[in-house]
Design a binder for this molecule. Structure first.
Ligand SMILES: [Mn+2]
Length: 424
């Protein structure tokens, strides 16, 4: 049986120290493929549960990692069947046969089981206790190892090539779909094995739809194009957004872009150990609100506008999330910290102080979203906060978002995605 790599051994040691099991044993399931409804024998592409992948550093359908603090780690894996040999080809067994798990458990009868990763059939556990252990597990794997950072850098290199090629397709007449295809092809030519998430390319008003699926809309002169896409390699990925203008940056679009860029750069520079993620979010919201006041689109002081939640009209999402082993990696709160009630940062789902090794996104944006701007209740609530007659004329411009991935270190923060240009 192959021995785990040094990287896997050190990850397991880190988790063993962090999760503080009593007399319990731990099982971490990789999970099973999900069938496509009505798709006969077709399944969605299989990805092992992130908690399994973190401990195994490989994919394994149906795999189970077992840990007994008194006895160490074991890798159980389904046997290779004849059907699999015929239809999928041979597979080298890297763990021990899964049939051995029953005996391993029988030898530990009476001890509580904590099941993380995917649920394992037949295992009963205390769900509250499992969530507490998961919180410790998640917190322990937040700081990335050198090997994990190197893999994120590989994903960035592939993404960078895609963004470079994209530049020649940012012109009138090119559709969102074409831009996506040309960019993703370069990701794959440069080492990507997946995109980290469904690529977003939104032209004009589509730039203000957060999870937009690129379609047949073609860019016209003066349109904004928002591109949110990143490559993935070996399960590690990056999450990059850039906003471009077809033709010349001018007028309100230019001012809006510079407002986001200015706030985004300050937020990237603020990512230092001990700094609260929510303060990075709050300061960025204040910075962008000040710019909207300077542009004559909002009225009043930034502090009081943010206090009232008026910034949410134009910046209705959080400043970012953790990224690495998947696009939304190990997010959450500091273990033991209650859910905060500060309305000024209500859209940020992560709440914890930053530490060296954390990789997180900084992605502020300002948008003209008709569903928000035209909402009568919001217009009433914020009637004095916004120059509504000016904002109404901007509903066709879409929005601007700029997103980088920042590595927190003991020294200056490192922008892992700086090679994808954002200056205009
Ligand atoms: Mn993101």
């Amino acid at each position: 049986m192959p021995t785990p790599s040094n990287e896997v051994i050190s990850r397991r040691e880190r988790i063993a120290r962090a999760i503080d099991l009593k007399d319990e044993i731990l099982l971490v399931g990789a999970g099973e493929p999900v069938g496509i409804p009505g798709g006969m024998d077709q399944t969605y592409p299989f990805l092992s549960h992130a908690e399994y992948f973190y401990l195994a550093d490989r994919e394994c359908i149906g795999g189970v990692i077992a840990y007994d603090p008194k006895d160490g780690w074991r890798d159980f894996e389904p046997e290779v069947t004849e059907k699999e040999r015929v239809w999928e080809g041979p597979r080298e067994l890297k763990g021990e046969p899964l049939s051995g798990l029953a005996g391993w458990l029988a030898a530990r009868r009476g001890r509580q089981v904590v099941n993380l990763g995917s649920p394992i059939a037949g295992v009963r556990q205390d769900a509250v206790r499992a969530e507490a252990v998961r919180e410790q597990f998640t917190h322990a794997r937040r700081p990335k190892s050198a090997a994990e950072i190197e893999r994120i850098r590989d994903a960035v290199r592939a993404s960078e090539a895609g963004y470079r090629t994209l530049q020649q397709f940012l012109k009138p007449g090119v559709t969102e779909r074409r831009m996506k295809i040309e960019m993703e092809a370069e990701f794959f030519r440069n080492g990507a094995d997946r995109t980290c998430y469904g690529s977003i390319v939104g032209v004009g008003t589509n730039a203000a739809v957060f999870h937009f699926t690129p379609g047949e809309k073609a860019a016209r002169d003066g349109d904004l194009v928002l591109v949110d896409a990143g490559a993935e390699r070996g399960r590690y990925g990056c999450d990059i957004t850039r906003t471009y203008c077809i033709g010349k940056w001018e007028g309100v679009k230019r001012d809006l872009y510079l407002a986001v860029l200015n706030a985004q750069k300050k937020a990237c520079a603020a990512c230092r150990p001990g700094v609260e993620y929510r303060d990075v979010h709050l300061n960025c919201a204040l910075e962008m609100t000040r710019s909207l006041v300077d542009m004559g689109l909002m009225k009043g002081s930034a502090d009081s506008l943010v206090e009232q939640g008026a910034h949410l009209l134009f910046f209705p999402h959080g400043i970012g999330h953790f990224v690495g082993l998947g696009v939304r990696d190990a997010s959450g709160r500091l273990p033991g910290r209650p859910v905060h009630t500060d309305k000024r940062v209500s859209t940020l789902r992560c709440d914890l102080p930053l530490q060296p090794g954390y990789v997180l996104t900084i992605e502020p944006g300002l948008y003209m979203i008709p569903a928000i701007i035209n909402d009568p209740a919001r217009r009433e609530k914020h009637r004095d906060a916004v120059a509504w007659e000016k904002v109404e004329k901007l509903l066709d411009i879409g929005g601007v978002r700029i997103e980088d991935n920042i590595l927190v270190t003991d020294g200056d923060p490192v922008n892992l995605t700086a090679s994808v240009g954002k200056e205009i």
